[in-house]
Design a protein around this ligand. Structure first.
Ligand code: FAD
Length: 414
């Protein structure tokens, strides 16, 4: 190992968290190297964004590029979420939310979206080393040393700070023994992309993600995420035992679609574009979101569940927050990572967790399908569905448990 590179910040992974953090840091003048084991574009799951994440795209200086390229890349303008269960439908328009901030966003093919963000980070001055894999990390209060491998060599990278944005790769949790089990039960998702051929006159709003609850199995749900080029992403999420290891994934996916009359009708002319994939065991947690000269971003820290499409928003929020703190620390300020990073980030994650848990025990599903006339509460729920889980002015953020309990009683009394 002959090569020894030195920089201010190393970021592991060039997904949304890594690209946003890199952009913020280079704009503060820090020499930032992103180490990414794949070449982009590469597939990633997580295609429905939430409006709150547009604030972070803007802060990173990438909003103009996103808006300018959205149509060309098949990104679908998104203004809300629609829910369907046994003939009941409930729509949430994000523009009607309680919290301030953007009310629209996109549904994106992640290969193209992640490449766009990474390319923008490079244009702003970040160095991205594709096909470089982080193998080892040793960190202390003065900085960190990483061992990186490529097809040709292994080399050392010395840095003042490391941000782990390695997503499901969970590099630092693995290498530094930070992993702890999530308290959410395990689930699996099977998914693919279709040329959907959904007729223009169908009762289907392409500007919204459609979440469908299985007609009999209340904790099994489907996503249908349309893109603007006539294709859609469709996935089924369920307890692991509801998938059969011996049956082809595509067969299982089509069988579940056929069990819901609305999805069956919408997708009756659909053509599958790629082999179905499965991902499982994705809920994860860590002992700590930071340590000496490192912090964990996005999925490398805690990941909950896909039902409210919160993953990319949490990833980007963590990136912006950590980048600001790294700047302060590198400038010689004392940073309280627990109070200023972990506690703040965790607050919103815990709000999402309350809603995720009550989705699966069906209490929040009942709230979603409860149609209260002129309800003052709906904008507050809409805010959370739009990603604004850190807005303390929203009573459902301030005390999510109490909010859900109160709504459940309201629905039962009706
Ligand atoms: P990633 O986007 O995963 O990026 C991590 C990068 O790190 C990768 O490019 C990887 O190659 C690289 N890497 C890994 N290991 C190494 C290494 N050793 N060295 C160098 N590089 C490395 N979120 C949403 O917002 N909306 C959704 O609709 C949604 N749907 C989902 C559906 C499912 C079934 C699941 C499981 C998740 C879903 N998510 C969704 C969550 C979303 O996938 C993640 O939250 C998001 O991709 C996290 O971004 P990230 O930047 O943290 O990590």
């Amino acid at each position: 190992m002959t090569k020894h590179d030195v920089c201010d910040v190393v970021i592991i992974g060039a997904g949304p968290a890594g690209a946003i953090a890199a952009s913020m840091l280079v704009q503060q003048g820090w020499n930032t190297i992103v180490v990414e084991r794949e070449t982009f574009p590469r597939f990633s799951i997580g295609e429905s964004l939430l409006p709150h994440c547009m604030e972070f795209v803007e802060q990173a200086g990438m909003l103009d590029a996103l808006n300018a390229n959205a149509e060309k890349l098949g990104f679908q303008f998104k203004n809300g979420a629609a829910f369907f269960r046994n003939g009941e439908r409930s729509d949430f328009d994000f523009e009607d939310k309680f919290s301030p901030g953007p009310g629209t966003t996109f549904q994106v093919k992640r290969a193209a979206f992640d490449k766009l963000l990474a390319d923008e980070a490079e244009k702003l001055g970040a160095q991205i080393r594709y096909q470089h894999t982080v193998e080892e990390v040793v960190s202390n209060d003065d900085g960190a040393t990483l061992i990186i491998s490529t097809a040709q060599e292994k080399y050392q990278l010395k840095t003042r700070f490391v941000l782990d944005a390695s997503g499901f790769g969970r590099v630092l949790p693995r290498l530094l023994d930070l992993n702890v089990a999530s308290d959410l039960p395990p689930r699996k998702a099977v998914f693919t992309h279709f040329k959907d051929n959904i007729p223009a006159d169908a009762h289907f709003d392409r500007q919204k993600i459609l979440i469908t609850v299985h007609p009999q199995i209340e904790d099994l749900w489907y996503w249908l995420i349309p893109f603007s080029d006539g294709t859609s992403s469709l996935g089924v999420v369920a307890r692991p035992e509801l998938f059969n290891d011996d049956q082809a994934l595509e067969e299982q996916l089509l069988a579940y679609i056929a069990q819901d009359t609305n999805l069956k009708e919408l997708l009756k002319n659909a053509e599958i574009l790629q082999p179905a994939k499965m991902i499982g065991g994705y809920a994860a947690n860590v002992k700590s979101l930071f340590g000496p000269s490192y912090a964990l971003l996005g999925n490398a820290g805690e990941f909950l569940d896909p039902v409210f499409s919160s993953g990319v928003t949490i990833a980007m929020r963590s990136a912006v927050s950590a980048a600001g703190l790294v700047t302060r620390q590198l400038n010689g300020e004392q940073v309280d990572w627990q109070a200023d990073y972990a506690d703040g980030l965790k607050k919103g994650i815990d709000v999402f967790k309350t809603f995720v848990t009550s989705w699966y025990d069906t209490s929040f599903q009942n709230v979603i399908f409860f149609q209260a006339e002129g309800s003052e509460i709906k904008p507050m729920i809409t805010s959370i569905l739009a990603g604004y889980a850190w807005d303390d002015n929203n009573p459902f953020v301030k005390n999510a448990h109490r909010g859900i309990r109160m709504l459940t009683k309201l629905c039962e009394a009706d």
